[in-house]
Design a protein around this ligand. Structure first.
Ligand SMILES: *Cc1c(COP(=O)(O)O)cnc(C)c1O
Length: 354
């Protein structure tokens, strides 16, 4: 694509790339050579720059560190079969970034800046996009309140940074989750739909408690007297009940996942009935008793699909049937991979080829 804005580039003198073993990547271990930095000040966006990845220098009074105006996104670039690079559903990620920023009273970077910044960054670090399998280049745009001033206030200055790093395909080992009805991740009227930092910090304690009890993740609920299922860890959650793909509708306490939307669409394409509706914990328990639940899985960019083998409800472990090649989650994951790597036609125009 044609680049419109003049993003200046200062290239790194050396590359860390030769030291990376792409056959044994670990999630979050490596960062690529460059990052994009753009500041918002005096009511406008300043010149964006691509510079060597480096530490930041911050005033201890930086507002983000105290009052939590921070928002991030997580998306992936893939190498297609014909050797091009595809940023998956870039626009939908931008739209969500804007919704998160609005909720946190933060400045919004123009779409051109976001898009062209990402494209130029990925082009400069294209050697970092894994060539094989389900591996990809994880892209992490984020923004924080950069004004240095103590006293609770909405910041007048922000910094947008985008960096990236190669990540492996996460192996889909089925996990054990615990339905959490005491702690909640998000609440009605809160910030659960935004990818803002505080949501994650607040989720650590209950997750740690669940881990101590032998579970991998928490299945979040609304936490009231008749609780409804919300999400699984930092992923949306989906079930197959009576042969239908069922997932809670997005709300102000449920994040509008790009993977969730993609899998719902693909299930429809494959002819499976789908339902976006609220699912109570009581319904889930009943579905185990009459064996009408056959699958449960998390959906999110990092792992794509995280199949669930055990769900603990009120101190009782309920087991899902063993998964096979016929499991819907496997078919959906495969179809998504085929589209992203250009093996199958991108009928929904999800791929952003650069
Ligand atoms: C990021 C995230 C998801 C998944 O969203 P994707 O766009 O599919 O990556 C789901 N829930 C929470 C809480 C998240 O932070």
């Amino acid at each position: 694509m044609e680049l419109l804005t003049g993003i200046t580039v200062r290239r790194s003198n050396y590359s860390k790339l030769p030291a990376v073993d792409f056959s044994s990547l670990e999630f979050g271990q490596h960062v690529s050579d460059h990052m994009l930095v753009a500041d918002y000040a005096h009511g406008e966006w300043q010149q964006a720059q691509i510079v060597p990845f480096a530490n930041l220098s911050l005033s201890p009074a930086t507002l983000a560190l105290h009052y939590g105006q921070t928002v991030f996104e997580g998306m992936k670039a893939f190498c297609t079969r014909d050797g091009r690079i595809n940023i998956f559903r870039l626009e939908r990620h931008y739209d969500r970034f804007v919704r998160s920023l609005d909720r946190m009273c933060m400045a919004v970077p123009p779409k051109d800046l976001f898009t062209e910044g990402l494209v130029k960054l990925v082009q400069i670090d294209k050697g970092w996009v894994p060539r094989k399998g389900g591996a990809s280049l994880y892209l992490r745009p984020f923004m924080y309140a950069s004004e240095a001033k103590f006293g609770v206030k909405v910041s007048d200055q922000y910094r947008l940074i985008i960096f990236s790093g190669p990540v492996p395909e996460l192996y889909a080992e089925p996990i054990k989750v615990k339905v959490e009805t005491n702690y909640t991740r998000a609440s009605k009227g809160g910030t659960g739909f935004a990818k803002c930092g505080g949501n994650y910090g607040g989720a650590f304690y209950p997750t740690q408690e669940a881990r101590k009890q032998g579970y991998d993740q928490v299945l979040w609920t609304t936490g009231d007297d008749n609780p409804f299922i919300e999400e699984s860890g930092t992923m949306n959650v989906m079930f197959v009940i009576n042969g239908k793909l069922v997932t809670p509708p997005v709300s102000d306490s449920i994040l509008d996942g790009v993977t969730r939307d993609s899998l719902l669409t693909l299930a429809g394409d494959l002819g499976y009935p789908t339902e976006e509706r609220r699912i109570s914990v009581a319904e889930l328990e009943l579905a185990f008793h009459d064996n009408s639940i056959t699958e449960a899985f998390g959906a999110g960019t990092a792992a794509v699909v995280a199949p669930i083998k055990t769900i603990c409800i009120n101190n009782t472990d309920h087991q899902l049937p063993k998964y096979s090649h016929e499991s819907l989650w496997r078919k959906l994951k495969h179809k998504l991979e085929q589209i992203r790597t250009g093996t199958e036609q991108d009928v929904h125009e999800w791929n952003f080829m650069i």
